[in-house]
Design a protein. Structure first.
Length: 443
């Protein structure tokens, strides 16, 4: 086939497969097997290094970012696969914290195309295989793999991970995963492998969770039981940020204890799960290096703070009721107003997202996501807010909603006001992609 640029490849992949989501392992496993066979014949690398797979309704990105930072601080060469992306597709495939170059991804796409024959792959499945191909050739010590949806039938589950992590169990994607936490838990636990470590950061599992964990045959490490978080036993009132301590479960090389881990930024439970998973993977962790790696660690779209036109802005991808509840808890009292810029996809529980945030925002700025067929109509979101008695304004797009919120803050000279952008990766991406942001107005 003629040579394509990365942009051309992505356009082609978006148009090829009739379904955005097509859960199941048979097709992607068959193509992966063909790739490995062709590589074996050429004498190319066919084995991944130690692999950790992460599933969970919320918290996957935070857990993976923590693992990447800590492993890198210990001198390990790390590959990271995540989705979706915010600004550039390359963000999905990272080596040593840096996005893969276009040429590397295109070469991987070409290799997949040569191996797949007549097998149809979704955009996500093609990208998953591309990440694995890139990682085979990158000379890595560790690969970190994020599940896209669920776990049991997700494309990444063709890999028998050395360690599996489940960060949380909450209602989301019910059309694919089931409409109860019990059913969703089974799907996410499907990434576990018999006799291998399974790290669980969900402290309040659904009914029958222990039985579901036992049914995997994995070696469980459950937060609050096998690895324990505690507030710093001797807090310094002048010390910022606040700290916590962590005792890891014994994964074969002895247990470890860490003091002085930062509470701020990413959720402590996700950091704790990251450290337990790395320990289970055989990494010997230095307390000083762990603290240094986690101090100041930030992740795009997770309580991300920035300044736009002298206005304080928080970006968060919270897109389900559980994440909205966590967002509400993370927003401290301020002397000014919180203004919401929000949009969600049409499979989300919009009333459930609004409920825990209803007392937080003085005004809701609602706009429609413009680059997804799954976008909820702005009028639909607006009507829910109106019926709940919440002050809100309706716009055609997220970009218009954000621009209006900025203008409101400027008009009222609201130096103490904070705009919170949330509801979807697409919502956050829309704001990040705006010209005033890319032109350097964010400080």
């Amino acid at each position: 086939m003629p040579e394509h640029s990365l942009a051309e490849w992505l356009t082609l992949l978006e148009a090829r497969h009739p379904s955005e989501i097509d859960l199941g392992l048979d097709r992607v496993a068959a193509v992966w097997s063909a790739i490995v066979q062709q590589r074996r014949q050429r004498g190319d690398a066919i084995s991944l290094p130690t692999a950790i797979t992460v599933a969970g309704t919320n918290g996957k990105g935070s857990c993976l970012a923590s693992m990447q930072a800590v492993a890198h601080a210990h001198g390990y060469r790390v590959g990271l696969f995540t989705s979706p992306h915010f600004l550039h597709y390359n963000e999905r495939i990272a080596i040593q914290g840096l996005p893969a170059q276009d040429r590397v991804i295109v070469d991987a796409f070409d290799e997949i195309e040569a191996a797949r024959g007549e097998i149809s792959l979704t955009y996500f499945e093609f990208g998953t295989l591309a990440a694995l191909v890139v990682f085979l050739d990158a000379g890595l010590d560790l690969v970190l793999l994020e599940v896209g949806l669920g776990g049991r039938l997700d494309a990444i589950n063709i890999i028998d991970a050395d360690v599996a992590v489940v960060t949380s169990i909450a209602l989301d994607h019910q059309a694919w995963l089931g409409d109860t936490r019990e059913l969703i838990a089974v799907e996410k636990l499907g990434i576990a492998r018999p006799s291998r470590p399974l790290v669980i950061a969900e402290a309040d599992g659904p009914k029958g969770f222990d039985r579901a964990i036992a049914a995997t045959g994995a070696q469980p490490f459950v937060i609050g039981r096998d690895f324990i978080l505690d507030p710093d036993p001797d807090p310094d009132p002048d010390q910022k940020p606040e700290r916590f301590s962590l005792s890891l479960g014994d994964s074969g090389a002895g247990s470890q204890h860490f003091d002085g881990l930062p509470v701020s930024g990413l959720m402590p439970s996700n950091k704790a799960a990251a450290l337990q998973a790395l320990s289970c993977a055989g990494l010997s962790l230095s307390a000083d290096k762990v603290v240094a790696a986690l101090d100041g660690l930030a992740l795009t779209g997770r309580q991300q703070r920035m300044m736009v036109n002298d206005c304080s802005v928080i970006l968060d991808v919270a897109h389900n009721p559980a994440a909205a509840k966590a967002l509400a808890a993370a927003l401290p009292p301020i002397s000014g107003r919180y203004l919401a810029v929000v949009s969600v996809l049409n499979d989300k529980d919009w009333p459930g997202i609004v409920e825990p945030l209803s007392d937080i925002f003085a005004e809701w700025y609602v706009g429609e996501i413009s680059d997804s067929e799954r976008a909820t109509k702005a009028q639909t979101m607006f009507e829910v807010l109106y019926n709940a008695g919440l002050s809100s304004r309706l716009f055609e797009s997220v970009e218009e909603a954000f621009t209006s919120a900025l203008a409101e803050v400027a008009k009222e000279a609201g130096k103490d006001d904070v705009i919170v952008v949330f509801g979807s990766f697409y919502t956050v991406s829309a704001v990040l992609n705006m010209q005033r942001v890319s032109d350097g107005c964010i400080q």
